[in-house]
Ligand binder design. Structure first.
Ligand SMILES: [Zn+2]
Length: 353
């Protein structure tokens, strides 16, 4: 190891510890790319885009939902699903402790929020991953929440949007994390091929590992944010395996767009408008065929389902009482496939308990 790389490592370790020691109530932060010092309040107002270089900093799931979904229309699904520790995993820390710490720090149960909402008045099923929760890693709960969202969207004929930000499958849950890739892919296959509905996947920095290898790349339309890191294996691993020097912009969204892996790169400030235009265009498409789902009836986003969701939201929310909103959530939950999470965990983890 050269002295320079040692100094660089020490700097990184210092940075990591610095981030751990400070909480979310910091006033200032630093741009990851150009190093400009930014006032967090203004940065949030600018959707966490650097004022100096335009770099898109990490956005958490709540901010993302707030910036995309029409005010007051967000209805979360499966909020109470929370992870357990099937393998009794331990590395430098016990997995259960890691989970508890992440839950307390982020206020989330796991690394994704799913639900329904309106984008410029059009109902969508939306899933937003959160990189702040254990690197956005995909464990059994993330997988299950996505599958339930996809199934709900299939049933109700909703457009599906998944916003990815993940380091990949969660190693602490081993094979249970890996099986989520196949589980989500098969739910999506049904959604896309049988129900004939539109799935848009939005890749944000970073989208890597098992998430890239499954639902992130299965979108009918794949969008990405500018300069996002998107890949499967890390750059160093590939360089060492191939014994080749990779180009400077390798695994950035611009590079992937050039090589045909993405459909569009959208800056954050235009994202809502772009999504809204895309889904209105899709809705109006004259030769769109309705799909068939197994229950035997055809299903698709049509004016009827749209109006149904809109009225449900309108009648309940206009009264603006929390009791009514929780009633609505109960109604939404009642429509979901009849899983009971305890029962589900019992089947899934019966080998280990
Ligand atoms: Zn910057």
């Amino acid at each position: 190891m050269s002295i320079l790389s040692w100094i660089e490592d020490q700097r990184k370790i210092k940075m990591l510890n610095y981030n751990k020691a400070t909480k979310d109530d910091r006033l200032w932060t630093r741009c990851d790319k150009c190093g400009t010092i930014l006032y967090i309040k203004h940065l949030k107002e600018n959707q966490r885009v650097c004022f100096s270089c335009g770099y898109h900093l990490q956005m958490n799931s709540r901010e993302r939902i707030q910036s995309l979904v029409d005010y007051g229309s967000w209805q979360p699904l499966n909020e109470t699903l929370s992870p357990c520790d099937p393998l009794v995993f331990k590395d430098q820390k016990i997995y259960k402790e890691r989970l508890k710490e992440a839950q307390e720090r982020t206020g989330l149960q796991d690394a994704i929020l799913t639900g329904t909402g309106l984008i410029d008045g059009i109902p969508v099923a939306l899933g937003v991953m959160d990189f702040n929760f254990m690197g956005g890693s995909m464990g059994s709960v993330v997988g299950e929440k996505i599958v339930r969202l996809v199934e709900y969207a299939t049933q109700e004929g909703l457009i599906l949007i998944l916003i990815c930000a993940s380091g990949g499958a969660r190693m602490q849950e081993g094979i249970f994390s890996l099986m989520q890739m196949a589980k989500i892919s098969s739910a999506l296959k049904f959604y896309q091929s049988s129900a004939n509905l539109l799935y848009i996947s939005l890749l944000t920095s970073p989208t890597t590992g098992g998430v890239t290898a499954s639902f992130a790349m299965l979108g009918d339309l794949i969008f990405a944010e500018p300069n996002a890191l998107i890949g499967f294996a890390g750059r160093r691993v590939i360089e060492q395996t191939l014994q080749e020097k990779l180009p400077e912009n390798f695994q950035t969204s611009e590079y992937l767009l050039d090589h045909g892996l993405l459909d569009l790169i959208i800056p954050r400030s235009f994202l809502k408008q772009a999504l809204s235009e895309t889904i209105s265009f899709y809705k109006e498409a004259p030769f769109r065929k309705n799909g068939e789902i197994l229950a035997g009836f055809s299903n698709s986003l049509n004016l009827l389902t749209e109006e149904k969701v809109r009225r449900l939201l309108k009648t309940e929310i206009s009264l603006n009482s929390s009791k009514k909103i929780s009633n609505l959530q109960e109604k939404m939950k009642a429509k979901l496939p009849l899983y009971d999470i305890k029962y589900y965990n019992k089947i899934l983890f019966s080998q280990n308990t």
